[in-house]
Each structure stands twice: as structure tokens, then as C-alpha cells.
Design a protein around this ligand. Structure first.
Ligand SMILES: CC(C)(COP(=O)(O)OP(=O)(O)OC[C@H]1O[C@@H](n2cnc3c(N)ncnc32)[C@H](O)[C@@H]1OP(=O)(O)O)[C@@H](O)C(=O)NCCC(=O)NCCS
Length: 212
């Protein structure tokens, strides 16, 4: 059991984004965001990190393992990486090769054949793993995709021999990741000052099997 998440209740990997129960549970501004996201041909905002996704035209998302054909879209989805992490593009290149070589795991949330969310997990020492990347296209946030991606990861940790998972996030962006991480039992344990540059502090989170 991952804190707050009943992984036994996982049924299908298909969801409908327009889930009335979920929408009803949202605060009012959240409902507005959801309606806005679900309009059939909504142009992506100039501020979106994945403008190339263009339009949300179908309201279903599937969670599945990464495939080689996802590569171009994954690069567009994660176009924010170089601004956050020096060498982010070549890092992603190598990491996706690792995924194909079985040395890392990548899970994508896909709609209309295109990934709109992603996790990349990298084994470290025995029983330890790093959640290297979790990212959902801004246009698709607040719809439960991040939760489903992380739940899929958590299932694999519990099925495997993983006892400790670490993840780091830019301290300036912890507002978006904190609720999700905390609900899965991650705890902030440190801030690494200047990890990726003078103004680039990283918050370190850890998930421990013993604490679940
Ligand atoms: C963190 C992230 C993955 C969450 O994805 P998501 O699909 O929006 O997540 P969910 O819809 O499952 O929401 C998870 C929780 O986040 C919080 N949340 C999500 N959207 C929110 C919003 N608009 N306002 C307030 N809280 C929100 C809620 O607590 C929610 O849990 P709840 O639905 O049980 O209340 C996404 O915000 C993201 O990609 N952020 C950037 C991450 C990043 O910078 N990664 C580094 C580069 S790789």
C-alpha cells in the first residue's frame, strides 16, 4: 500500500478525462480549468511547454510503456529540460537509449497517439531507484494523469525489490510537485544548494518502503 493510494483498486489503464466524480470534487477554479482543457479544439497557450501538441481532441488517456516511436514527441514534451538541467537534451537522449536497453524504465500517458505525460525511472544501487523525471504537459494537468503515472511506478516498486526511491525537483517548481509526491508518501529530506547552477537549488524527496 502506498500512502493514500489503494493500488489494488487499479482496474483499467484507460480513463475518461471528463470524470464527473473527480470534477465534482474539484474546487471551483479547478472545474474551470478542467472545462477549459476539455474544449474540443483549444489552441495551446503560448506559455505551454508543449505547444506542438496543439489541440486536445479526444478525452481519453492511456498509460503504457515507452515505445521507440514516441521519441520525437517525448523530446517536444520535455522541451523544458534544458532550461532546468544543463545538458538536459543529451541526458534525455542517453536515458531513452537506456530505456530501450532495459537499463531504465519509461512510462508514458498517451492521448491521440502522442505522449502528454511521462515518468522515467532509473535503478541506482540494489533496491534503490531514482524517479528521474515526472512531467505532464501543462494543458493536461489537474486531470489525474500525474497520479496515474506515479501509481503505475509505485506498483512496479512494490512488485519488485525496491525499498527506496528518490526524486528531486527545482525548488521554484515544488508547488506543482509537492501535493502529488506527498500523497504517495514521498517526504522532502534536503535541499541541494546550487546543484545545477548558482540559482538552481533542488529539493530532494525520498520514498521508503518501510514507511508505507
Ligand atoms: C507534478 C505534475 C506531474 C502533476 O501532474 P498532474 O497530471 O497535474 O497531477 P494530478 O492531476 O494527478 O494531480 C495530482 C495532485 O496535484 C495537485 N494539483 C494538480 N493540479 C492542481 C492545480 N491546478 N491546483 C492545485 N493543485 C493541483 C492536487 O493535489 C492533485 O491531487 P488531487 O487530484 O488528489 O487533489 C505536473 O504538475 C507537472 O508535470 N509539473 C512539473 C513537473 C516538473 O517540473 N518536472 C521536472 C521536469 S522533468
Amino acid at each position: 500500500m502506498i500512502a493514500g493510494v489503494n493500488i489494488d483498486s487499479l482496474a483499467s489503464h484507460q480513463i475518461t478525462l471528463e470524470d464527473p466524480a473527480r470534477a465534482a470534487a474539484r474546487p471551483r477554479d479547478f472545474e474551470g480549468q478542467l472545462r477549459h482543457s476539455l474544449s474540443p479544439r483549444r489552441p495551446a497557450s503560448m506559455n505551454d511547454d508543449c505547444t506542438s501538441m496543439n489541440f486536445l481532441s479526444r478525452a481519453t488517456v492511456a498509460i503504457r510503456p515507452y515505445r521507440p516511436s514516441d521519441r520525437p514527441t517525448v523530446f517536444r514534451l520535455l522541451s523544458v529540460l534544458p532550461s532546468l538541467y544543463p545538458g538536459g537534451t543529451s541526458w534525455l537522449d542517453h536515458r531513452l537509449d537506456d530505456v530501450l536497453g532495459g537499463k531504465a524504465r519509461c512510462t508514458v500517458a498517451v492521448t491521440d497517439g502522442a505522449p502528454v505525460g511521462i515518468t522515467i525511472e532509473t535503478p541506482k544501487e540494489p533496491h534503490k531507484l531514482k524517479l528521474s523525471t515526472i512531467y505532464v504537459c501543462p494543458s493536461f494537468r489537474g486531470l489525474g494523469i500525474g497520479t496515474r503515472l506515479l501509481r503505475q511506478c509505485g506498483e512496479n516498486w512494490l512488485k519488485g525489490d525496491i525499498e527506496q526511491v528518490s526524486v528531486t525537483a527545482d525548488v521554484r517548481r515544488t508547488g506543482t510537485v509537492l501535493p502529488l509526491f506527498m500523497s504517495f508518501g514521498f517526504r522532502p529530506i534536503a535541499i541541494e544548494r546550487g546543484r545545477y547552477g548558482p540559482d538552481r537549488d533542488e529539493m530532494v524527496f525520498t520514498w521508503l518502503l518501510d514507511n508505507q
